[in-house]
Design a protein around this ligand. Structure first.
Ligand SMILES: [Zn+2]
Ligand SMILES: [Zn+2]
Length: 285
């Protein structure tokens, strides 16, 4: 049966725009089983974020291996790991050659994740900032969208965005947790805002209120798996298949059907990553 582009045959296509298929911080396992479960659950686009050079390389290899499932990857260094790329100091040479080579591989279609995390401060703040600046410049230079991670650091992210003129490029603030004012700033800079499991957490009324007020063409959804498992699966290890719960909550909050919302998010994700809109593809079969 031909899949209808508006989901009239009941087909719903989901995208997980940010996940990690890693086990622990150092060890990596084959992402096959969770990626296949996601495909069975209707998740037809997945973005594997890089956290350092090693995981960026593994994400690229996984995207290549599972390209037929709609798996893509990003290359970048998480603020936690910023001190692992000493070249990104104020006087350093910026993004290492090794990382640039990974980003040049097919299926690697974004830069990230990079940003500032002042909750844990696993890397010193000045190194996080230098790395973040280098990633913004790299994104502007390559034209690849930037995936930004922020935690308790939005004031500095906004400041560096301004100083580096990040609005000249494109990207997403993943797992957005800022204020309304932060949201306005990033929207005016042309960025998307992405939401994960926290949207489903009972206490997050403010986040849902903000989410409801956003323009529909700037919203993305993600799992950030294996972290941030959505309600009602709290306590389980998160995986891309569970992104459906974030979609369901998002549709409920915005008062629209799941099918309609999925269509919107698919179009947004394609607008940012250029990885194809499954509804359009189904419609033109
Ligand atoms: Zn992150
Ligand atoms: Zn992440």
């Amino acid at each position: 049966m031909k899949k209808q582009p508006d989901g009239r045959d009941g087909t719903i296509f989901l995208a997980d725009t940010h996940c990690h298929v890693i086990e622990g911080r150092r060890e990596y396992r084959d992402g096959g089983p969770p990626l296949r479960r996601a495909a069975e659950a209707g998740v037809v686009r997945m973005m594997l974020a890089g956290s350092d050079i090693a995981t960026s390389r593994m994400a690229a290899a996984t995207a290549k291996k599972y390209a037929s499932l709609g798996v893509f990857s990003a290359a970048g260094v998480h603020p936690h790991e910023a001190s692992s790329i000493p070249s990104c100091s104020a006087e350093g040479g910026g993004i290492p050659e090794e990382l640039r080579n990974i980003a040049a591989q097919p299926g690697v279609i974004a830069i990230g994740e990079s940003g500032l995390d002042y909750h844990y401060n696993h890397s010193p703040r000045d190194q996080q900032q230098a790395s973040f600046r280098a990633h913004i410049r790299w994104s502007l230079e390559t034209g690849l969208p930037l995936i930004v991670h922020g935690r308790e650091s939005y004031d500095d992210i906004v400041r560096i965005f301004r100083e580096e003129e990040a609005h000249r490029g494109r990207g997403v603030i993943h797992c957005f947790s800022g204020t309304e004012k932060d949201a306005e700033f990033f929207l005016s800079a042309g960025y998307f805002l992405s939401f994960a499991g926290p949207l489903t957490f009972a206490r997050n009324h403010e986040l849902r209120r903000l989410f409801k007020s956003l323009p529909e063409d700037r919203i993305l959804l993600e799992t950030d798996s294996p972290y941030l498992t959505p309600v009602p699966l709290r306590g389980k290890r998160n995986e891309p298949a569970f992104v459906r719960y974030v979609y369901e909550e998002g549709a409920k909050v915005r008062g629209i059907s799941l099918g309609e919302f999925a269509r919107t998010v698919a179009a947004n994700a394609h607008a940012l990553f250029g990885w194809g809109d499954p509804y359009q593809e189904a419609g033109s079969e």
